[in-house]
Design a protein around this ligand. Structure first.
Ligand code: 5GP
Ligand code: MN
Length: 338
């Protein structure tokens, strides 16, 4: 058992007695964030507990099929309703993030709230804001930790194919469809149990990966053919897209997801980055192979963080400045293998 039984019991008791429960996930929510939240909400619902999922900003369309997604409160769209919900909650469950800065303005409400706060997360260096912390950095996804929470709480008897779909979505998306090194035999045992609920895993893969728009694949094609730069000496590559380029292809949230992995898929490349511009800020994604720690790159130089092989950051300034900074630092990173 990876979690402290007493702590899980305490949280379970508090949830069972709560009158208002909020489930919060990070900005730019991904499959693990929304999948975990969907599963958590589904399980609570089975136990007779109603809950509301909150996200800082709008979620990508390819996750909207998840059970419970239709009722999600988006802070950017309904700030007052979100503020009210958080203030009135007696429990706030924070999934797939470990620092209030990852939920932007919602972070102030959660930080100030008198609610009992629970964190279930797998990122490095958790901040201390939760009353109950379930932080396991070697876990391949938050979804496996949500599964472990259910198991420890004795709730798995309620697992059904809707709850299983959220967990499957979280594990699948955060493990690159079960290929990353964090996948273990235990991961596959969990997946087996999820499949036994009658879950339609083929439909999940299709709903997530085969829902491209024409604009999206054309944007990706353009990015790879025109906006990829490779640095063989440093085993590095990046792709960059300006705001105008994104607009030209009618960019929708999620459209550039996975582009950074295209750069990393080059045989000789060990460090890949993706830069995109919005207003006067440059958002970055970093990926690496092996032991090159891109979370340190993101944290030390680009106000971000993440995992050893997948991280992100942000910088105020122009695209040229961001690219120049990245290129200047390449020789250092490669020499030190950060
Ligand atoms: P992505 O490149 O998919 O946006 O992010 C990859 C991973 O990097 C995320 O799962 C998250 O852990 C981390 N990450 C991305 N952006 C940020 C950021 O601005 N701050 C921190 N601390 N982590 C980030
Ligand atoms: Mn995750």
């Amino acid at each position: 058992m990876i979690f402290d039984l007493q702590l899980v019991r305490e949280v379970a008791q508090r949830l069972l007695g709560a009158s208002r429960v909020s489930i919060v996930v990070h900005k730019s929510p991904d499959g693990d964030a929304i999948g975990s939240a969907s599963a958590f909400k589904g399980m609570l619902s089975k136990l007779g507990i109603s809950s509301t999922i909150l996200v800082p900003d709008v979620m990508p369309d390819f996750l909207k099929w998840l059970p419970g997604a239709e009722g999600i409160l988006v802070y950017d769209e309904q700030p007052d309703a979100c503020g009210y919900q958080i203030r009135q909650s007696d429990i706030i469950v924070c999934l797939d993030f470990n620092d209030l800065s990852r939920i932007e303005k919602l972070g102030h409400f959660v930080g100030d709230a008198g609610a009992y706060k629970v964190m279930i997360d797998h990122h490095q260096e958790p901040a201390q804001f939760a009353n109950a912390m379930f932080s396991v950095t070697k876990a391949n996804s938050t979804a496996v930790l949500v599964y472990e929470f259910f198991k420890t709480a004795g709730w798995l008897q309620h697992l059904d194919k809707e709850i299983a779909a959220g967990l499957y979505c979280g594990i699948m998306t955060d493990t690159g469809s079960f290929k990353y090194s964090g996948v273990t035999s235990e991961t596959h045992r969990i997946i087996a149990e999820l499949l036994e609920t009658g879950l339609d895993h083929t439909a999940i893969h299709r709903d997530i990966y085969d829902t491209n728009t024409e604009n999206r694949i054309r944007l990706n094609g353009y990015a790879i053919s025109e906006k990829l730069r490779v640095f063989p000496d440093y085993k590095a590559a990046y792709i960059f897209l300006t705001e105008q380029e994104l607009e030209r292809f009618n960019y929708q949230k999620g459209d550039t997801e996975g582009l950074v992995n295209q750069a990393l898929s080059l045989a000789e490349v060990e460090l890949a980055a993706f830069f995109s511009q919005k207003d006067k800020r440059i958002k970055m994604s970093f990926r690496s192979k092996g032991n090159l720690a891109v979370n340190r790159i993101a944290k030390e130089y680009f106000n971000g963080g993440g995992h050893i092989n997948a991280s992100g950051g942000i910088m105020e300034g122009s695209m040229e400045e961001a690219l120049a900074k990245f290129e200047t630092l390449l020789p250092i990173w490669v020499k030190e293998k950060v």
